[in-house]
Design a protein around this ligand. Sequence first.
Ligand SMILES: NC(=O)c1ccc[n+]([C@@H]2O[C@H](COP(=O)([O-])OP(=O)(O)OC[C@H]3O[C@@H](n4cnc5c(N)ncnc54)[C@H](OP(=O)(O)O)[C@@H]3O)[C@@H](O)[C@H]2O)c1
Length: 285
Amino acid sequence: MKTILVTGGNGQLALCIKKLTAVYPEISFIFAGHKELDISDPEKVKRVFAKKNFDWCINCAAYTKVDLAESEPEKAFLINKEGSKNLANICKENNTKLIHISTDFVFDGAGKTPYLESSITNPINIYGLSKLQGELEIEKALKEYYIIRTSWLYSEYGKNFLRTMLRLSKNNKELKVVNDQNGSPTYAGDLAEVILKIIEDDSENYGLYNYSNKGQTTWYGFAKEIFQLTGGNTQVKPIDSEEYRTAAKRPQYSVLNCDKIEEAYKLEIPNWKTSLKKAITKLYE
Ligand SMILES: NC(=O)c1ccc[n+]([C@@H]2O[C@H](COP(=O)([O-])OP(=O)(O)OC[C@H]3O[C@@H](n4cnc5c(N)ncnc54)[C@H](OP(=O)(O)O)[C@@H]3O)[C@@H](O)[C@H]2O)c1
């Protein structure tokens, strides 16, 4: 029986993985939340790995507060860079295969066509830089790793754009949403399925992959589709990023080319609108 450790066990991606565990009765999953396993503390990481042999580690733990990272960069680097390094080192010592999640924010957004795994990175905020440095630590330490860059992750769990829009619509008749950043919303439930497929296949196609839902939109387009699908009469007004200043700059374009993962794992990646419908159904279940 395979044993899998999932770090960041209470985050939205980890919760989507948890929901799928019933489909994999032959796998033993251990979900470790921030309290049980702080990935930035090498001693705690060692202690958890000393108790059990893990065949795989899925790293869902991350510092994900993009704007706050600008004012507490040490914390972002400690978790996203050093935490990734701690996991890579312990995975190497224990022959554990690591699946790590990264982000479209490693790019500067100046591109005009979907980013490949080989495209040049150039993060424009602290979060993106800390995530890129985490990737580099893993690539330095390990051969048996998968790094999956994803974008605009949302689900029925936790804090994300879908849930924020629905919450704000309760007290606002009109919402202003940025219409000059282009990307691909990705349902974390779809990403969770792909992660488990990689483990099931165990085909040793190690390396860096992009994964997002198909198609692209802006945050405004994403919000419009949310209200189209959920009904209600919230009006969405398009604005420019200039009108919605945030502490961290965001890439204007961060669409990912997912051909590599699609071909390697024979995936049919759903369009973002199809997956949004699925997520909303789950949210209301
Ligand atoms: N959300 C997005 O739009 C997006 C886009 C692209 C890529 N990603 C990447 O996708 C992955 C999953 O993101 P997500 O949306 O599921 O994030 P999330 O919901 O914020 O979950 C991250 C989890 O990590 C935990 N954590 C934070 N610091 C930790 C530490 N030192 N040790 C252990 N756990 C720690 C958090 O716990 P606490 O809350 O208790 O600190 C939280 O439960 C991350 O690698 C993220 O960078 C996310």
